[in-house]
Every structure is written in C-alpha cells, then in structure tokens.
Design a binder for this molecule. Structure first.
Ligand SMILES: Cc1cc2nc3c(=O)[nH]c(=O)nc-3n(C[C@H](O)[C@H](O)[C@H](O)COP(=O)(O)OP(=O)(O)OC[C@H]3O[C@@H](n4cnc5c(N)ncnc54)[C@H](O)[C@@H]3O)c2cc1C
Length: 401
C-alpha cells in the first residue's frame, strides 16, 4: 500500500466520527437516485455497518466505538413535518426511528433552539476517527500488508503484465491497483470530472466540566445534526469535549487540497458563534483544537466505481462526507471489481453507473458557488428551493458535503 503522507492524514483521520450505515448519503438521496435497489442497498449498508463493528472487536481496535444512535434536530417549525416524513421513510426501510417533541428533544440534549427531533437507534454510531485509522493501520501491518508511507504515487502506466506505479523513489510493478485517493488530485483524468474537493471545518472544545455537562444533559451521547442545507454536526468525545463541524462547505477554484487549507478563520468564527447560540449555557467554554479536511464531493453524493488501463486499475471514491462506514463497503467492492469477482454488490446499478460529471473550470467554480449561494438562500427563505435548485434536482445534480 502506497500512501502519500501518513495513513489517516486524509479525511479518514479527521472526520466527525459519525458512523452511518447508509451507502447513499441518507435514505432520501438513495430513494431519489436508486429507487429500485434501495431496499438492497440499505440491507447491504446495515450488514457493512455491523461488520465494521465486528471487525473492531475481532481485531482488538479500541476506537471508542459507541452505538449511540443519532438525533436530527429541527430548528425551524417547517422542519417538523420533514421529521415525520423522514421517520416514516426510515421505518419503511427497517430502521428504529421516532420523532421526539420539543420537551423530549430538550430532555435528550438541552438547547433552546430545538423544536423537535428524529431519534434513530439503528445504523448509527460514533467512533474516534484517528484511533480507527491508527488501529486499522496496525491491524493491516499485522496481517502482512506492507505499507509505504510518504510515498506519493505520481503516475500509473500500463505495462505488459500489469501496471507500473511511479513514485519519486522508484517504480513499483503490480498486477493490479486499487485507487482510493478521495478528494486528492486524481491519478486518472477520468476521475477528475466527477470529483470536487470541498473543505469542511471542525472545532473541538475543552472538556466540559460537571456543571456544563449537567446543564446539557446529553446522557445518551448521540451524534447530533441539524437540517438546513448548510448543516452542523456535533457530538461528545470520550473525554467529554464537543466536536462541532460543518455548515460552510468551501470549494476553491481548481479544487486544491493541502495542509495550507486546514485553517480558515472566517469559518471557525462562524462555527464558534453557532455553538454558543445553540448552547448559551456553555458561554466561556474554550476551544482546544481546530482543523479542516477535504471531502470528495460528487454530484450524486455517494461512492462510485470504475476501471481503467485495461482493467488493471479500479477506483472507489465520491463518498461526499459520509464515508466512515461506506469506505469499508467501497474497498470491498473495488477489490471485487479489480479481481473480476461477481458479487451481489457488483451487479448493482449504483456500482455500475457513475454520477453526472461536474463541468470543467472556470464553469465549475461558477456553478458550485451559485449552488451554494442558492442553498443558503433556501435556508433563509423557509426552505423554498428556487428555480436553480429545482432545475438541478430535475437533472439529478447537486452539491452537498
Ligand atoms: C471534516 C470532515 C468531516 C467528516 N465527517 C464525516 C462523518 O462524521 N461521518 C462520515 O461517514 N464521513 C465523514 N467524512 C467523510 C469521510 O471522512 C470520508 O468519506 C472517508 O474518510 C474517505 O475515506 P478514504 O479512505 O476514501 O479517503 P481518505 O481518508 O481521504 O484517504 C485518501 C488517502 O489517499 C492518499 N493519497 C491521495 N493521493 C495519493 C497519491 N497520489 N499517492 C499516494 N497516496 C495518495 C491521501 O494521502 C489519503 O491518506 C468527513 C470528512 C471530513 C473532511
């Protein structure tokens, strides 16, 4: 395995730690894109979710996995009807989901902004992403995988027997190669059309003291997210810090990715302000950590696959901000495709079809900024999706994180 920097330095080691069974960025998105196979996708997603939890047990990885379930909270009256719809949808696909009214919601997590919530108890957990990445790395080494870190791959070339993998230090000849380069500059031109790297930012507070914790409640320790197009996600860590991220999803011209983009003061300022509006009782709490990370956004918001160089190379990417569990599924399917092994998953439309591509620059930046702008406007305008968003909806195009 060749890794450009250190295993876990990408999104896998710096995400919010929400482990979700959905392979389709939620049931609603799955239903709009793969209506005929969503039942199957949900089943495969749940199997994958449980298998991930079992892997951690079997491999002895302590990644602070907690089967907490999650809460999706309504902050606007209009969102209450959406909660009921989402609950029905979740139950239709076999999940345990219940709508909580304002009192029950605030009894779970005490915010004066909450008007109600959807409480899901299945297919949702929390994990410490850094510990998960480190644990999986150690387990792979123990299983005999040779990992070469700080070995960026510069190019792939077809050779007689397989593929030549070009690095700065030498050339590696392989029979086959699986690419999982996420939001980073793709090694195949074909991938670049489908992926827009979008930056998401996260703040972490100092540990809550007993008084603050008592005022918040949060005894169930669920992961929480709100419902706007620009949404926040937040959760408690094992040492009772709050991880608070999301809202701005920043795309920059040309889609650069790198450590110079990990800091973004305007977004951190907004996130901090939003945390104290949500939880005024935490006034005075300080932040101990902050970072950013790149998300491999694609227009259908879920992993896609492909093959190149005469079938010697396969790729799996495009998780669009929901890949902690789905990347386990993506890796297995990618390996099956590479080895020409037919499986239930390789026959899925979701696996066989790619998303609609994004336009090239400079149009790409224009379209993404316009879409972000319209999504924010819809949040301000009672959720009403204007002409631009409705047109994208009809075309099956979108932008999310
Ligand atoms: C801030 C943030 C919060 C998120 N929150 C959540 C969440 O709560 N729940 C959830 O499910 N998902 C979340 N996600 C998304 C999730 O983290 C990703 O979908 C998932 O980790 C993708 O895994 P991956 O292995 O495909 O990519 P990555 O973890 O990004 O790994 C790709 C690796 O490829 C390496 N690489 C790239 N190019 C080369 C090259 N040329 N040569 C060698 N190596 C290369 C990189 O160095 C990197 O280590 C979040 C993402 C971010 C950024």
């Amino acid at each position: 395995m060749l890794e450009a920097t250190r295993c876990g330095a990408g999104a896998s080691g710096r995400n919010g730690g929400f482990v979700q069974s959905s392979l389709t960025h939620g049931i609603g998105n799955g239903l709009s894109r793969f209506p005929d196979e969503l039942q199957q996708l949900e089943r495969l997603g749940l199997e994958n979710f449980h298998a991930l939890a079992a892997d951690l047990d079997e491999l002895g990885i302590d990644a602070e996995f907690e089967a907490t379930g999650d809460l999706v909270v309504a902050l606007e009256p209009r969102e209450l009807a959406d909660l009921e719809e989402e609950a029905d949808l979740a139950r239709r696909f076999g999940h345990e989901a219940e709508v909580l009214d304002v009192e029950r919601t605030r009894a779970e997590v005490n915010s004066p902004l909450y008007l109600g919530s959807l409480c899901s108890r299945t297919g949702s957990a929390l994990v410490h992403p850094g510990k998960l990445a480190d644990g999986l790395r150690a387990a792979a080494v123990l299983a005999g995988v040779r990992i070469h870190e700080y070995s960026p791959v510069r190019e792939l070339r077809k050779n007689a027997a397989g593929v030549s993998v070009i690095t700065d230090g030498g050339v590696l000849d392989a029979r086959r190669a699986l690419l999982a380069t996420s939001a980073y500059p793709p090694l195949l031109r074909a991938i670049g059309r489908y992926i827009a790297p979008v930056y998401d930012y996260v703040l972490v507070t100092e540990p809550l003291d007993q008084r603050m914790h008592d005022e918040l409640g949060w005894a169930g320790r669920q992961g929480v997210s709100d419902m706007g197009n620009q949404f926040h996600y937040y959760r408690l860590t094992a040492d009772r810090r709050i991880v608070w991220g999301g809202y701005d999803a920043v795309y920059r011209y040309g889609g650069p990715v790198g450590p110079q983009l990990d800091d973004h003061e305007p977004t951190f300022a907004k996130l901090s302000q939003h945390l104290f509006t949500t939880f005024p009782q935490l006034e005075g709490l300080r932040f101990s950590h902050r970072w950013g990370g790149a998300i491999d956004t694609c227009s259908r918001f879920s992993v896609f696959f492909g093959k190149a160089l005469g079938g010697r190379v396969a790729y799996a990417l495009g998780y669009t901000g929901l890949g902690v569990a789905a990347s386990r599924f993506g890796a297995r399917v990618g390996l099956d495709l590479l080895d020409g092994r037919a499986s239930e998953a390789t026959a899925l439309t979701m696996v066989r079809r790619r998303p609609l591509p994004f336009p090239p620059e400079p149009l790409r930046t224009g379209v993404i900024q316009l879409t972000r702008n319209r999504l924010a406007a819809a949040d301000r305008d009672d959720g009403r999706r204007g002409l631009w968003l409705r047109t994208l909806d009809r075309l099956g195009l979108g932008f999310d994180s």
